[in-house]
Write a protein that binds this ligand. Structure first.
Ligand code: DAH
Length: 347
């Protein structure tokens, strides 16, 4: 009868032969045939060899059994691996209509682009840069002093209420507007000052079609000797014409902000050409708050309010983008749905 050694040798030879055939298999059917031939329970070649185990001395059997198990496992693994490779190249071939064409250009993939709100900020910035402004920024985690008190807003003002403002620990809060950058700029620079400060602001708001707890604002500040309301109006009118076109008009409505006096809400009316080719005007659209910097704000920041005056304005680039693109739900800006964002692809 077969000795232990010759059975082990037979298993090893079988293993080598089987592995060759696995690697030669080019379709799933061939692979399955290899599996049946070698690993089949009843008539498989490994099972046939093991039928001779009974002729061995009892102490020799375990070694042969262990070797058989190793070969089975190895084969099983090789067959599965080859199967995966074949399936993958099959899919590749199918996608190419049965034939690989390595000269085909890669399928285009959108590499990403600037967020629509960032695009609006950049457009607004280009215009103000042309009007002599520089760009500054301030921290998003602010103190009550910069966010409220230095802006002439007492802490018992409703805006400072915990209902509206997100407070952090350690005496900080998330700025509820970009106006604190006014104070930081006045502290850091001497007039003449002409700055634009875009950035994110945070409010304790419901998340719905018209509110988001985080959104972009863009703050403007001009301080010098002899700055008047006429400068404010002329600057904003020029900005509006450059952004919305030469026929654009602006209108000031009296309003109130603690940090400006007088204060105004600014509306724009745009001219556009309708489908019939006629010129038409939009309704008045509210686009920003503005006013003359309250002397108390200049004083709080250490600027001589007897010598200097200034104006400030604040607008929402998100809102301007919604008007521009006809977006009715602000949440579209935050959901990062590629199908939405791709439509604004600029590169
Ligand atoms: N900070 C105001 C807000 O968040 C917007 C604003 C109004 C800014 C008037 C200004 C301004 O600079 O002059 O609602």
């Amino acid at each position: 009868m077969s000795s232990e050694q010759s059975l082990v040798d037979k298993l090893k030879a079988l293993e080598a032969e089987a592995l060759d055939r696995v690697n030669e298999a080019t379709e799933p059917e061939a692979l399955e045939a290899v599996r049946v031939t070698f690993l089949g329970r009843k008539d498989g070649r490994i099972s046939s060899i093991l039928r001779h185990l009974g002729g061995l001395d009892p102490e020799e059997r375990p070694r042969v059994g262990a070797e058989a198990n190793r070969v089975k496992a190895r084969l099983q693994e090789a067959i599965e691996g080859r199967g995966t490779t074949l399936a993958a190249s099959d899919a590749g071939r199918d996608a190419l209509g049965g034939e690989e064409d390595r000269t085909l250009p890669a399928r285009p993939r959108w590499p990403g682009g600037r967020h629509p709100v960032t695009q609006v900020i950049d457009e607004l910035w280009e215009i103000f840069r042309g009007l002599g402004f520089t760009r500054v920024r301030g921290p998003e985690a602010e103190t009550e002093w910069y966010n409220f008190e230095a802006l002439n807003t007492p802490l018992d003002h409703p805006a400072a209420d915990e209902q509206d403002t997100l407070y952090l620990t350690g005496g900080h809060l998330l700025r509820s507007h970009t106006s604190p950058v006014q104070v930081r700029t006045l502290e850091a620079y001497d007039p003449p000052i002409r700055v634009l400060a875009p950035g994110m602001v945070y409010r304790r708001d419901t998340y719905d079609a018209t509110h988001a707890p985080a959104f972009a604002q863009l703050e403007g500040l001009v301080v010098d000797e002899g700055v008047t309301f006429v400068d404010l109006k002329a600057t904003l009118a020029e900005f509006a014409r450059r952004y919305w076109g030469p026929g654009t008009r602006i209108r000031f409505r009296p309003s109130f902000f603690p940090f400006t006096e007088p204060s105004a809400e600014v509306d724009v009316k745009r001219v556009f050409t309708n489908e019939a080719g006629q010129e038409e005007e939009t309704d008045w659209l509210e686009i920003m708050g503005a006013g003359m910097v309250d002397p108390a704000v200049l004083d709080a920041a250490g600027i001589d309010s007897e010598r200097y005056t200034g104006f400030a304005f604040g607008m929402g680039p998100g809102r301007i983008g919604m008007l521009k693109y006809g977006i009715s739900d602000i949440r579209a800006f935050f959901e990062n749905d590629i199908r939405f964002l791709e439509q604004f692809a600029d590169r």
